[in-house]
Design a protein around this ligand. Structure first.
Ligand code: GTB
Length: 215
């Protein structure tokens, strides 16, 4: 069955791979699945045709036969559940890998999003610097805890899993902040994720669409 995802026609990051279609592309590549990409503009995302696929008018979406999915957590979990390579066979290990997916999305990513909102939406406000500092402290707490858990291990819980895919995707988003630099094991973890051939293919595919198309 053909898999079709949606992605930005023109990603605001100009091809750095930070838009959320990259994590879905990565999961598809890890699973060895061919997929098609339908590019959508910001305007098209808010039109009825796209809203029928994604109630919040965002990318990415995932279509496979009759199935239409939105939310990268749900999409990556669907791919990981139906194909080998992203979740362990053992029930408990599988549950823990899924817990790491949720941890990435619900515990580590939210303060990163708050930081981006403070940077992009609070420009010129007198409280911006103080707000940013408070948010960055909260991010540092999470990074410190994650770093302590990872220790010298390659991945969060045994072999590479969808939990690592999601965590690395979320860490990528704050690499440019410099906040990761205090945690060499997290920086190395991220580099290991990026070095995976499946990630490279995913990155190159989105780069081919977006290179140089900064908004
Ligand atoms: N929780 C949803 C999920 O995980 O799927 C969030 C989806 C989402 O935020 N999608 C964004 C979107 O469609 C694109 S990824 N935004 C358009 C809109 O809401 O109107 C967020 C994103 C965008 C750009 C960059 N960048 O340029 O660096 C990074 C991340």
């Amino acid at each position: 069955m053909t898999i079709t995802i949606t992605a930005f026609e023109k990603s605001p990051d100009g091809g750095k791979g930070l838009a959320r279609d990259t994590r879905v592309r990565w999961a598809l590549e890890e699973a060895g699945l061919a997929y098609q990409v339908r590019l959508v503009s910001f305007d098209a995302m808010k039109q009825a045709a796209h809203l029928a696929l994604h109630p919040f008018g965002q990318i990415p979406t995932y279509q496979e036969g009759d199935l239409v999915l939105f939310e990268t957590g749900a999409i990556v979990l669907h791919i990981a559940t139906h194909h080998a390579g992203l979740l362990p066979a053992d029930d408990n290990a599988r549950a823990r890998a899924i817990a790491w997916m949720f941890a990435a999305l619900n515990t580590v990513e939210p303060p990163e999003l708050e930081r981006e909102a403070a940077i992009f939406l609070e420009g010129g406000k007198p409280w911006r610097a103080e707000l940013l500092s408070l948010i960055e402290d909260r991010i540092a707490v999470r990074l410190g805890q994650l770093s302590a858990h990872l220790g010298n291990a390659d991945w969060l819980d045994g072999a590479f899993s969808a939990g690592d895919l999601m965590m690395a995707s979320v860490l990528l988003r704050i690499r440019s902040s410099g906040l990761l630099e205090k945690y060499p094991n997290l920086a190395a973890y991220l580099a290991r994720g990026e070095a995976r051939p499946a990630y490279r293919r995913a990155f190159e595919a989105q780069f081919a669409v977006n290179a140089g198309k900064h908004l």
